[in-house]
Ligand binder design. Structure first.
Ligand SMILES: *Cc1c(COP(=O)(O)O)cnc(C)c1O
Length: 362
């Protein structure tokens, strides 16, 4: 049985009537940017994350860029981030004129190593970005404790809406949390979308200005570095339909991860079941002969992918510098990670087909 890596049309089909009703309602309203749907989505997202403020923006990359600016990063400063998370944070830092500095990751979770991040901080550090990668909730309290006092933390929650630690939900733990609603994310729009969450009134005010030309009032450019990055009304209406389903979808993703972890036992594939606060986004395991495994699974009809093959500091165009601890675990992870199909509308038969292929090929 062929198993696709993802199939976003299934999510659409499962909510078709509600989504079409929301889209029609929005089109007929005559209000297409920053209207009632957008305002309601911002409130509903803030409530879901457990913060007073959520600010809609155009995509997850803009969310990172605007969040970094809003917490004080900019030209001449440095932004510390893990080197295995797809380069999004490093690219956002670069775009605002900051120098990305790469820290190492922990070997079990593949999340930012607090000690390595702390070692990478200097007097020029304006922010640390911690990515809750693969839906895994990073320990932000431990990171905070390790960092020098006063260094703002931006959480990249693009893969982790709904994840939590004992300190609260991801997106409520740092100075700002950034979200992407790209169609394959755990909350996906029918196009691009993003948001930033924050508990700070001041960061919220800056974000609202930065996403709309730097306006502090209509037609008054009161804040430098602003641009146009809006979440449109149609996407907001779609996201409002989907948000109430995220918890059940996340539970299904966790279930799939548990099945895969069980299937991987006794094979060379090391794939961990989700920890308590994880939501499951990508099903990522590590295998000493990753490319061979990918080929064998492909021969069995199971699509796989690699998240991510190139460490940030080896992306020439990002110009990232490696911090003092090096990034040895990042290098290993980029060479041996492999992602199996993981989306909530996989059928039981498809999940079993992946498990059987893993047992044979792993
Ligand atoms: C998808 C993703 C982004 C970028 O989001 P876009 O909406 O595609 O710009 C940033 N960070 C992480 C971890 C992501 O997975």
């Amino acid at each position: 049985m062929p198993v696709p890596f993802n199939e976003t049309a299934r999510e659409y089909s499962s909510l078709r009537d509600e989504l079409e009703e929301a889209a029609l309602r929005t089109m007929r309203s005559g209000w297409y940017v920053h209207g009632q749907e957008h305002a309601a989505f911002e409130r509903e997202l803030a409530e879901a994350v457990g913060v007073p403020h959520a600010v809609g923006v155009a995509n997850g990359t803009d969310a990172l860029e605007l969040a970094l600016r809003a917490v004080g990063a900019g030209p001449g400063s440095e932004v510390v981030t893990a080197g295995n998370a797809g380069g999004y944070a490093a690219a956002a830092a670069r775009t605002i004129g900051a120098q990305p500095v790469i820290a190492d990751i922990e070997p079990d979770t593949l999340l930012l190593d607090p000690a390595s991040a702390a070692a990478a901080c200097s007097t020029r550090t304006s922010a640390v970005v911690v990515t809750h990668l693969y839906g895994r909730a990073a320990d932000v309290a431990a990171l905070r404790a390790a960092l020098p006092d006063g260094v703002p933390i931006v959480e990249d929650c693009a893969q982790s809406i709904g994840a939590w630690t004992t300190g609260g939900r991801c997106g409520s733990l740092g100075e700002a949390g950034t979200f992407s609603f790209y169609p394959t994310k755990n909350l996906g729009a029918l196009g691009d979308g993003g948001a930033v969450t924050t508990s700070s009134d001041e960061v919220d005010q800056r974000l609202r200005a930065l996403r709309q030309y730097g306006w502090t009032q209509r037609y008054v450019v009161g804040l430098a570095g602003g641009r146009n990055s809006r979440l449109d009304e149609l996407q907001a209406a779609v996201l409002r339909v989907k948000l109430p389903h995220v918890a059940a979808w996340n539970a299904r993703r966790r279930e799939i991860l548990v099945e895969y972890a069980r299937a991987a036992e006794g094979t060379a594939l090391r794939l961990l079941p989700p920890a308590a606060g994880d939501v499951g986004h990508l099903a990522v395991g590590r295998h000493p002969r990753r490319d061979e495994l990918a080929q064998r699974l492909d021969d069995e009809g199971v699509a796989t992918a690699v998240h991510y093959p190139v460490p940030d500091h080896r992306q020439v165009a990002l110009g990232a510098r490696v911090g003092p601890t090096g990034a040895g675990v990042v290098e290993q992870a980029c060479a041996d990670v492999i992602s199996l199909p993981c989306f909530p509308l996989l059928t039981d038969a498809e999940v079993e087909a992946v498990c059987a292929a893993v047992r044979r090929a792993g």
